[in-house]
Design a protein around this ligand. Structure first.
Ligand code: NAD
Length: 428
């Protein structure tokens, strides 16, 4: 009698969550992997999943417990690498998918990392600074056993920033007994952070946006851009597009949607968000009553830069942009991908479009090891070169194989990962 293995529920292939989306993307790329397809199961199973309880004492003396995760999806090409998200909707399916997209992304732009991701299910806006610090430190201690400069290197993601990276670095270093600046990236400059890291993801979105626009014969000057999410990624991308002469005609955040067909004053929106935590109430724009109307805003370029599964069968038909730049990870479902493809919309997938962040994280990690720091110009030049080359390679493959940019990017990324897997062989 063969042994019946119980398949963990999180590996159920046809789920509708982010992990289900990722598995469908892998199914779509598998026919293009040739002989390497025999290794494809390796991409459908995270290497390591750690679920941790994160208890803290609240300021009022009560004890609160939060659920935290660190998932190392694949380390065939190098240490795990990927951000940490603090959000009330974080689930294991989400962290698994985000870790897997990091594997594909790091390989697609050829930085020497595997893929990992972490998160805590918490609304950080409900915590005081002290509580936030205690939660971050306890989480870091709990995942301490699997992270490290040569094992797995966290970075910022939604609702985490350089202060949180500083606390993570300090906590890990206290546990090790020596300062280990290379354990996280996205740190403050004074602690071994890199110039240009904070802007890197938005800058990468902008760089590939210019490449995609050139392919479509679109002038960035005067192009109308709509952005969902006005945080680290969306806010910076919006600023760079505006500086290049584009008009930012709509911004949606977690609270509301603002529109101005003459173009928003991005610096003023940024100042408003810094003061009020949202674009809501910004005086230089109209607010749309119905959030869903955002998807039908008349624009040339759409930048989803918030969360996963935002562009779905329900709204893909409304989209009027001709180019979508995925600043967010996993913003488009496979069904929506098909609709956009039929409508002639060019989708630059997350694993290329938002790879600027991890690319400069790689620069930061390299600088930390050598204790030799580069100028911002050097960093932006190298970043721009890597982004352009990655875009060009994926574009060419998509043309040659007559597939979407997403499938082409997955072919590049998955091939590199599975070649490494095959060359290393299975242990023991
Ligand atoms: P952030 O916390 O700085 O900003 C998130 C933004 O999204 C905020 O403006 C928030 O209001 C908005 N938002 C949240 N929920 C929303 C909703 N339901 N509808 C509309 N807007 C909503 O986060 P970030 O670092 O900018 O990350 C945004 C996305 O980019 C995520 O998918 C993240 O994984 C991805 N990403 C980030 C980086 C990075 O370096 N920070 C790198 C690669 C990819």
């Amino acid at each position: 009698m063969p042994i019946q293995h119980e398949i963990p529920s999180y590996l159920t292939p046809h789920g509708t969550g982010p992990w289900g989306v990722y598995l469908e993307q892998i199914d779509r790329v598998t026919p293009h992997l040739g002989k390497l397809a025999r290794w494809v199961e390796t991409l459908k199973r995270p290497k390591r999943i750690l679920i941790v309880d994160v208890p803290i004492e609240r300021d009022n003396g009560t004890i609160a417990h939060f659920e935290g995760y660190r998932v190392q999806h694949n380390t065939s090409r190098g240490p795990g690498k990927g951000g940490v998200r603090f959000h009330q909707d974080v689930t294991l399916s989400e962290v698994m998918a985000l870790s897997a997209w990091m594997t594909v992304k790091n390989a697609a732009v050829n930085v020497p990392y595997g893929g990992a991701k972490g998160g805590i299910r918490v609304d950080p806006k409900t915590l005081s600074q002290g509580e936030l610090q205690r939660m971050t430190r306890r989480y870091t201690s709990e995942i301490n056993i699997i992270i490290g400069p040569h094992k797995d290197i966290p970075a910022p993601d939604v609702n985490t920033n350089e202060q949180i990276m500083a606390w993570m670095m300090d906590t890990y270093s206290m546990n090790q007994g020596s300062t280990a600046s290379g354990v996280v990236t996205g740190k403050p400059i004074s602690l071994g952070g890199s110039l240009g890291r904070q802007e890197a993801t938005g800058r990468g979105v902008f760089v590939v946006g210019c490449e995609a626009a050139a392919k479509r014969g679109m002038d960035i000057k005067g192009a109308r851009v709509a952005v969902q999410g006005f945080g680290n990624v969306g806010g910076i991308a919006a600023r760079l597009f505006a500086e290049a002469g584009a008009r930012i005609v709509a911004v949606q955040d977690h609270q509301t949607t603002i529109v101005n067909e003459n173009g928003l004053d991005v610096a003023a929106v940024q100042t408003h968000v810094s003061a009020h935590g949202s674009v809501a109430g910004f005086s230089g724009a109209e607010e749309l009553k119905d959030r869903a109307q955002f998807w039908g805003v008349d624009c040339d370029i759409l930048v989803p830069a918030a969360l996963e599964q935002q562009i779905t069968e329900a709204n893909a038909h409304q989209i009027r942009a001709t180019i979508i730049l995925e600043g967010a990870n996993g913003p488009t479902t496979p069904a929506a991908d098909d609709i956009l493809h039929d409508n002639g919309v060019l989708v630059v997938p997350d694993v290329i479009a938002n790879a600027g962040g991890v690319t400069v994280s790689y620069f930061e990690w390299v600088q930390d090891f050598s204790s030799f720091f580069w100028t911002e110009d050097e960093i932006n030049l190298r970043l721009t070169r890597i982004m352009r080359e990655a875009f060009a390679a994926v574009w060419q493959l998509a043309e040659d194989k007559k597939v979407s940019l997403r499938t082409a990017a997955f072919i590049v990324g998955c091939t590199r990962v599975l070649q490494a897997r095959e060359m290393r062989g299975l242990y023991p």
